[in-house]
Write a protein that binds this ligand. Structure first.
Ligand SMILES: [Zn+2]
Length: 197
C-alpha cells in the first residue's frame, strides 16, 4: 500500500512538472517521453495526442496468468504496472476466453509492452496479451474467438488499419535502422494473418 501511495504521489509530481513544461512550450514541440515516465495519460490528452494507431499482440510465455499476476510482475520490473491494455485468459488464472481491460485501457494510457526502441508502439499501440506460451502451445479456441472479436471492435472504433496490427516480434524500431523487436512473442503457434483482414 505504501508503495502504491508513493507511486501515485510520484505521478502527481511528474504530471505537475510536465504540465508546467507544456504550458511553457505552448504544446508546439513533441513532448519528451522517456521510459520511466508513466503518466502518459497527460500526454494522451495533450495536443500531441493522435489517437490509437496500432494493435500489438503478445503472449505471456507462461502457462497461467491474469491481470493481477502480470500487474505485480510488471510493477517489480519497473514498467509502472501491467504493460498491456487487455489480457485474454486461457482458463489458468482467468476464465478461458475472458477479456479483461487493464487500468491502461480504462484510463486511456499508453502501454509499456514493447521496448524503448519502438516507443511509438507504446504510445499509440494497444497491447493485447494472450495468457499462454504460444511458442509451444496453440491458443485455446475461446481465446482466438475473443481476440478476433476484440481486434475487430478496436479496429472499427479507432479506425486502425489492418497493416497496423502486428505481433510483438514484428514491431519495427522507431528509427530508420529497419530492425525489429528482439523477441519470439507472441509465439509461432499464433496465426496473425486472419486478424489483419
Ligand atoms: Zn510481447
Amino acid at each position: 500500500m505504501k508503495s502504491l501511495n508513493l507511486f501515485k504521489y510520484s505521478l502527481l509530481i511528474i504530471s505537475t512538472i510536465l504540465l508546467a513544461q507544456n504550458v511553457a512550450a505552448k504544446s508546439s514541440a513533441p513532448v519528451e517521453y522517456p521510459w520511466y515516465n508513466y503518466n502518459d495519460w497527460y500526454y494522451k490528452k495533450s495536443d500531441s495526442y493522435k489517437g490509437w494507431k496500432y494493435i500489438v499482440i503478445h503472449h505471456s510465455a507462461t502457462n497461467a496468468g491474469s491481470v493481477n499476476a502480470f500487474n505485480k510482475f510488471h510493477t517489480k520490473q519497473g514498467y509502472g504496472g501491467i504493460a498491456y491494455h487487455f489480457v485474454i485468459g486461457n482458463g489458468n488464472g482467468m476464465k478461458d476466453g475472458e477479456v479483461q481491460a487493464t487500468f491502461r485501457w480504462k484510463q486511456q494510457m499508453s502501454g509499456t509492452h514493447v521496448s524503448v526502441n519502438s516507443w511509438d508502439y507504446n504510445v499509440f499501440g494497444i497491447g493485447i496479451c494472450l495468457v499462454g506460451n504460444l511458442e509451444k502451445k496453440l491458443p485455446t479456441k475461446a481465446q482466438l474467438k475473443a481476440l478476433k472479436k476484440l481486434v475487430s471492435q478496436l479496429k472499427s472504433k479507432h479506425g486502425i488499419k489492418g497493416k497496423n496490427i502486428s505481433g510483438h516480434k514484428h514491431v519495427m524500431h522507431d528509427d530508420a535502422s529497419g530492425r525489429r523487436e528482439q523477441t519470439a512473442c507472441p509465439g509461432k503457434k499464433l496465426n496473425l494473418k486472419e486478424l489483419k483482414n
